[in-house]
Design a protein around this ligand. Sequence first.
Ligand SMILES: [Zn+2]
Ligand SMILES: [Zn+2]
Length: 373
Amino acid sequence: MTDNQKTMKAVVFRGPYNIEVEDKPIPQITEPNQVIVKVLYSGLCGSDMHVYRGNVTPGPIGTIVGHEMIAQIYEIGSNIKNFQKGDKVIANFSIQCGECFYCKYGYTGQCIKTNTFGKKGLDGCQAEYVLVPYAENVLSKIPENSTKDQEIDDSVYLLMADIFTTGYYGVKKIIDFFKIEQAEGYPKQEFKDISICQIGAGPVGLCALRILKYFGFEKIVVIDSIESRLNEAKRLGAYKVINFETEPNELKNFIQTDLNGLGFDAVLEVVGAPSALKTAYDAIRSNGFISSLGMGHGSLPFNALELYLKNINLSVGRCHAWALFNESFTIFEKLKFSFNEFIDYKTSILNAKEAFKLFDEHKVNKVVFDFTK
Ligand SMILES: [Zn+2]
Ligand SMILES: [Zn+2]
């Protein structure tokens, strides 16, 4: 950028199925805890699709979209101590103050000042420059030379901006549930024997599957309707994959033949649509645990009595990604090379319209806008 450059390219929401690449003013620091970053890579995420398709309300028309980025510190506010200009950083998809009750107790996804990039009041990451409020509670440095001499570049860290930690959160809740059950005196089930039905094999689902395998879970049945995703799930070690469109009775059959007709010990739901939650309810055994990661929209497809009669344990909600960042990152560093081919579509921000369309039609797995060229 030259000194007199005042505008930048950014992807802007103009209404359902309508995004445009526009010239927007380069943001400026207004508070001492902010930084401006220059974006290196920006991801397109499944939850961007909820906005794109009009399922959830985004910011007002004209908001810059996107919530995943790898960037370089460009300007720093006067209170910033942890970063210097030029540092390469991963941005957490949400911002959090670091000081409120929820931040103190590890529920950073519920911070009273939280917001997500690309929502009302906080412009998103699919832009050349991004303003980051509460920067010391949003950004983490990328270890130096972390991908040097390998066949991947720093864009793999985009998985740590959201989807890997979100996947980790869904898995952690399952682990915590069984630990608590054991602590309460229920007989121990080994992880390898715990049956898990995973609904959804998009990017978050595939990360979650890899993490489940990392922790020693074996009996994981993955459901989706897109063959390429199911193939990837197989490659990552799913016990069985089911295409619910072409094999509509297969899940029921599996429950009858392999699970004594009872259902799964746990369900990891990674879609959020009412139909996915209905499948979760039907697949879970009594007293089982449903860990729901999908961004819910629409009414619940079961009622209170149905939950009561099956003694369902249900956990729903946004990932406390900032609080979980460090423990998730430790695991990511061990697994990152299994995500070698995960990002299958890298392009310029100028092709955003086409990229949104391809991603919406499930023709690509993970889209990254590359600003480094
Ligand atoms: Zn995301
Ligand atoms: Zn807070």
